[in-house]
Design a protein around this ligand. Structure first.
Ligand code: GAP
Length: 535
């Protein structure tokens, strides 16, 4: 992981936000290569899920044909949205404060191990990463028991790494930044939404929140979309946009950020067909990642246990990826596919629903009145063909664009052996990104900076730029120029040499196979496009 993080900074994929001022935790900027990669991933999603979808054809595995449309909603919405969606009351993490270090931690994320010395057993926690966790616990345990290095074998460090929320309340805990035991408070709820104020007066009534998910913009526009376009159930609405969560412990590079982008679909269907659509979207979304280059060995589909389900969900499956910062055998969430029932449309219609009751009823306050009133608008759907009125059920495939980028970066990072310009085998770092999402599709080089080669290469560069992202480089040995492009994930390199001046052909080098073929300049654009589309 360290190598990936360092390559991302060195080559301009990702930078820490506000780095010159010391950075902001949980916020990341995409550099010149990163921005292209992320745009390509979002465009692939939009094209494959929304724009390129053919509503006239039934996909093989789908229960029927269906329509897909898009939306782009605001980040700041009416405060009532977050009350009826449940986020105001229920969107929180549990955190603990350390009375000694004054630091705050997420209860379910701080890891540690049992440490035993003589007949004493304490739990030592740490913020160290997976690779160094064991050693850090041992080091802290020895320090706590005032042992020297030569006495290292006198303490026992547990095999199992566990999080604080799995301990019982009588455990003696050494907090990550403390010297004394039992300095952590009881866990408290901490709402993850960023609060902000509408307008200049700034009273409590004007308080609202930055959206923690793009989904709610889709639900509150359900009627607008129905009335303005000719969509019929089943249909889906997709949206890509920023979401904000005040994560207590942002970590693992961009995996858990405070500002991130989501690519969400809310798919509206008849309640009787919802299970079939749920299965359809689970499979389709998993296959999408594989088609774009994630290895199926590193991906799993994990069905949530009932106690794990979010307040709105009837069933949820996560697509998870074996991120290299996780311990062996553990996976991190890339996308959730949730069966949300009619929770959201009904809540925005009638008032916030009580997730603890079934069938769902409106949550009441202590005076027996609805806790939060809904919009009062009719968000049900009349099916003219069936002659039936119902509140559609919703299947929600919700993906993170930044987590997607991170997974593709991790998957792409490879070190292999390739010959240098003298034919000697050298280790090379190569980002094997799928050509569709690679930031630069092709690089153009003159072999040497003379004999008219730069002029020809610049012309090729200018022509190809009309079709795709291309990079021009004439500095240094050609072998080194290839290496730089391998690190950037550029799938093709084009070299203009003496033969080009004679017969108008260039060398086309493939990043992965290292194969070089000769191709006529006039055929370059078509050949590159064919190769990009072929994989
Ligand atoms: N509307 C449903 C929803 O938002 P979620 O599981 O909380 O569900 C969906 O989020 C996806 O958004 C996640 O699978 C993940 O890819 C991404 N995501 C969520 N929180 C994130 C964070 N703090 N940083 C980066 N990505 C995040």
């Amino acid at each position: 992981m360290e190598k990936i993080v360092s390559l991302c900074k060195r080559r301009g994929f990702l930078f820490q936000s506000s780095e010159i001022y010391g950075g902001v935790q949980g916020c990341w900027d995409y550099g010149p290569l990163g921005v292209e990669l992320k745009r390509n991933l979002k465009e692939a999603w939009w094209q494959d899920m929304i724009a390129g979808h053919n509503e006239l054809l039934k996909p093989d595995t789908a229960p029927s044909n269906f329509e897909m449309v898009g939306l782009d909603c605001t980040i700041i919405m009416h405060p009532q949205v977050w009350k009826c969606s449940g986020h105001y009351d229920l969107f929180h993490d549990h955190m603990v404060d350390c009375k000694e270090s004054k630091k705050r931690y997420r209860f379910d994320q701080v890891r540690g191990r049992w440490v035993e010395y003589q007949d004493r057993k304490i739990f030592v926690s740490t913020l160290a990463d997976v690779e160094t966790e064991f050693d850090d616990v041992r080091r802290r345990g020895m320090k706590f028991f005032r042992l020297r290095n030569k006495d290292a074998d006198k303490i026992t460090v547990g095999e199992e790494s566990i999080t604080l929320d799995k301990l019982d309340s009588t455990s003696e805990v050494l907090a990550p930044d403390a010297k004394n035991l039992d300095t952590l408070t009881e866990p408290r709820e901490f709402n993850l939404m960023f609060k902000t104020t509408l307008g200049a007066l700034g009273g409590e009534d004007d308080a609202t929140f930055l959206r923690p998910e793009t989904a709610q913009g889709i639900f509150v526009n359900f009627k607008n979309v129905l009335d303005s376009s000719r969509v019929r159930v089943p249909f889906g609405i997709g949206q890509i946009g920023k979401s904000f969560r005040n994560e207590i412990t942002p970590r693992n590079f961009t995996f858990r950020s405070r500002e991130f982008e989501q690519m969400e679909i809310e798919f509206f269907c008849h309640p009787d067909q919802s299970q079939e659509w749920y299965r359809y979207w689970r499979d389709r979304r998993l296959n999408w990642y594989v088609a774009l280059g994630l290895s199926s060995d590193s991906l799993i589909m994990r069905e949530h246990d009932p106690e794990e389900l979010a307040h709105y969900s009837v069933g949820t499956a996560d697509i998870e990826y074996a991120f290299p910062f996780l311990p062996e055998g553990e996976y991190g969430e890339l996308e959730g596919i949730a069966h949300r029932g009619d929770f959201d449309l009904r809540s925005h219609m009638e008032g916030k629903l009580d997730p603890s009751t079934s069938p769902m009823t409106v949550e009441l306050n202590e005076h027996g009145k609805p806790k939060y009133r809904g919009s009062g608008k009719d968000l049900s759907y009349r099916d003219e063909i069936l002659g039936e009125k119902f509140v559609p059920h919703v299947i929600e495939p919700s993906a993170g664009a930044d987590r997607g980028v991170l997974a593709f970066l991790c998957e792409a990072f490879t070190e292999d052996e390739a010959p240098d310009e003298k034919g000697k085998m050298q280790t090379r770092t190569v980002m094997r990104l799928h050509p569709r999402i690679a930031p630069i599709k092709a690089a153009v080089f003159p072999l040497v900076k003379k004999d008219g080669m730069p002029e020809v290469a610049r012309e090729i560069y200018g022509n190809l730029k009309q079709h795709m992202t291309v990079f021009y480089d004439e500095k240094g040995a050609v072998g080194r120029r290839y290496r730089r492009q391998d690190e950037a994930g550029t799938p093709f390199c084009i070299t203009v040499d003496t033969e080009t001046l004679e017969n108008q052909t260039v060398t086309l080098r493939d990043r992965d196979s290292l194969e070089q073929s000769r191709i006529h300049i006039n055929d370059l654009a078509t050949e590159l496009q064919t190769r990009i589309d072929a994989v």
